[in-house]
Design a protein around this ligand. Structure first.
Ligand SMILES: Nc1ncnc2c1ncn2[C@@H]1O[C@H](COP(=O)(O)OP(=O)(O)OP(=O)(O)O)[C@@H](O)[C@H]1O
Ligand code: SF4
Ligand SMILES: [Mg+2]
Length: 361
C-alpha cells in the first residue's frame, strides 16, 4: 500500500497525533455526523506507523469502516510535515469524486481547526489526452479541409466554441463528449508538447493564456495530495525514469492504493506491451485514410508517402492475422491458472479475495 525511500524520524508524534484525531474527543468528533469507530482509528494508526517506519502496509477492512479518512488523515499530515507528495490511486471515478468533492474539502476545514492549523493542497491528475491542446486546435482549424470530413469539421467547430467557455479544458467538461477521432487531433500529446513552441517566451504564449494542460500540471507539481486512477498510475509508471531518486511517479512521493483488488489486472494490462490491428490502423489513418482521402499527409502533399501508408495498411493486416493463430494456441486453459491460485492460498480463497489483500472497497 505504501512505499517510501528516505529515512524518516521515528514518527511517534505522527502516530499519537493521528490516534488523537480519531478518538471520541478528537478534532474529527466536532465534524457533523461523526461517530467513533475503533476499527477506523486502528487502521489510521497502522497507516501512520507504516509511513513513519517506511514500511509497506496492506489493509483489508469491511465496507463503511471509513477507510478513506483512515488513510487520508495520516497521509496528509505526513506529506505536509515531510514535504512529500501523497499519491492516492483508485479504480473508480466515483471514489475519486468522493475524495475530491467530499472527503478532502471536509478535511481542509478539519485541519484548519487544529490547534496548529495544517494547510494542504490537492489536485486530480487525469491523463494528458483528456486535455485540449490549444496549439493543436489552432493548427487543426487552419488545416480542417485536409484533415476532416464535413461532419468532423463541424465537430471541430463545436470543440472550438467549447474551448472559449470551458473551465479546465478537459473532456469531462463537455456535456456531450466529442467524436474520438477529432479529439485525437486536438488533445495534448506528449511528442508534440514542447516548451520551446508554447513556453513563456514563444509567440504562441504571447497571444494565449497558459494552456489547460500546463495549468493543471503546475497545480499537480505543487499539490500535497494527488488523486488519480490505477490505469493512469500504471501507464505513468511504465514511462518513469528508473533512475529517479526518492519517488515513484514524482520526486519524494509515496503511494496509497484504494480499491486495490483491481490493481493486479490493471497493472498487467498497462505495464505490458500490446498492439492491436485497430491501433495500427488508427495511427496509419491519421496519416492517410484511403477511404476518406483525408489525413496529415494530405496537408504535406506527400504523394509517395501516401502510397506507402496504403501499402503498410494492407501488409500490417496480413502480418497481424498470421500472429493470431499461434497466439491462440499458446494461451493456457483458464482452469489451470485458477488451480494454481488455490494451491498457494490454502483457505481456497476466491480469485477476488486473493487480490484484495489491501483496502477492499
Ligand atoms: N468516523 C466517521 N463517522 C461518520 N462518518 C464517517 C466516519 N468516517 C467516514 N465517514 C463517512 O462514511 C462514508 C464511508 O466512508 P468510506 O468511503 O471511507 O468507507 P469505506 O470504508 O472506504 O467503505 P467502502 O468499503 O464501501 O469503500 C463516507 O461518506 C465518509 O465521509
Ligand atoms: S504546452 Fe503542450 S498542450 Fe499546451 S498548448 Fe503547447 S503543445 Fe499544447
Ligand atoms: Mg472505500
Amino acid at each position: 500500500m505504501i512505499s517510501l525511500t528516505e529515512v524518516q524520524p521515528s514518527g511517534t508524534d505522527l502516530v499519537s497525533q493521528v490516534e488523537e484525531i480519531f478518538s471520541p474527543t478528537g478534532i474529527l468528533s466536532r465534524a457533523k455526523n461523526f461517530e467513533f469507530r475503533p476499527q477506523q482509528q486502528e487502521m489510521a494508526v497502522a497507516v501512520a506507523r507504516a509511513l513513519a517506519k517506511q514500511e509497506h502496509l496492506a489493509v483489508e477492512a469491511g465496507t463503511g469502516v471509513g477507510k478513506s479518512l483512515a488513510y487520508l488523515i495520516p497521509s496528509i499530515l505526513f506529506a505536509v510535515q515531510q514535504k512529500k507528495k501523497a499519491i492516492v490511486s483508485t479504480h473508480t471515478i466515483n471514489l475519486q469524486e468522493q475524495l475530491t468533492e467530499k472527503d478532502l474539502p471536509m478535511l481542509t476545514g478539519v485541519f484548519a481547526a487544529l490547534a496548529e492549523p495544517v494547510k494542504f493542497s490537492y489536485a486530480m491528475l487525469k491523463g494528458r489526452a483528456n486535455y485540449l491542446c490549444t496549439r493543436r486546435l489552432q493548427k487543426a482549424m487552419q488545416q480542417s479541409g485536409n484533415l476532416f470530413t464535413s461532419s468532423e469539421a463541424e465537430e471541430l467547430q463545436r470543440i472550438y466554441e467549447w474551448s472559449k467557455e470551458t473551465k479546465d479544458g478537459s473532456l469531462s467538461d463537455f456535456e456531450i463528449e466529442p467524436d474520438g477521432k477529432v479529439w485525437a487531433q486536438v488533445c495534448s500529446e506528449r511528442g508534440l508538447c514542447s516548451p520551446k513552441t508554447c513556453g513563456h517566451q514563444s509567440d504562441f504564449a504571447r497571444d494565449h493564456d497558459a494552456c489547460f494542460f500546463q495549468r493543471v500540471r503546475n497545480r499537480i507539481l505543487s499539490a500535497d495530495v494527488v488523486i488519480l486512477n490505477h490505469t493512469l498510475f500504471f501507464t505513468l509508471l511504465g514511462g518513469v525514469d528508473e533512475e529517479m531518486e526518492g519517488g515513484i511517479l514524482f520526486k519524494n512521493d509515496f503511494v496509497i492504493f484504494d480499491e486495490a483488488h483491481t490493481m493486479e489486472s490493471v497493472a498487467s494490462r498497462h505495464i505490458g506491451l500490446s498492439v492491436s490491428s485497430g491501433q495500427v490502423r488508427f495511427s496509419l489513418n491519421r496519416l492517410w485514410n484511403p477511404r476518406t482521402e483525408k489525413g496529415l499527409l494530405a496537408t504535406l502533399r506527400q504523394g509517395p508517402a501516401v502510397k506507402m501508408v496504403a501499402e503498410i495498411l494492407s501488409e500490417s493486416d496480413k502480418f497481424l492475422r498470421t500472429l493470431k493463430a499461434p497466439a491462440r494456441r499458446s494461451r493456457r486453459p483458464r482452469g489451470r491458472n485458477l488451480a494454481a491460485v488455490k494451491a498457494v492460498l490454502p483457505g481456497g480463497a476466491s480469485g477476488r479475495n486473493c487480490v484484495s489483500a489491501a483496502p477492499n472497497s
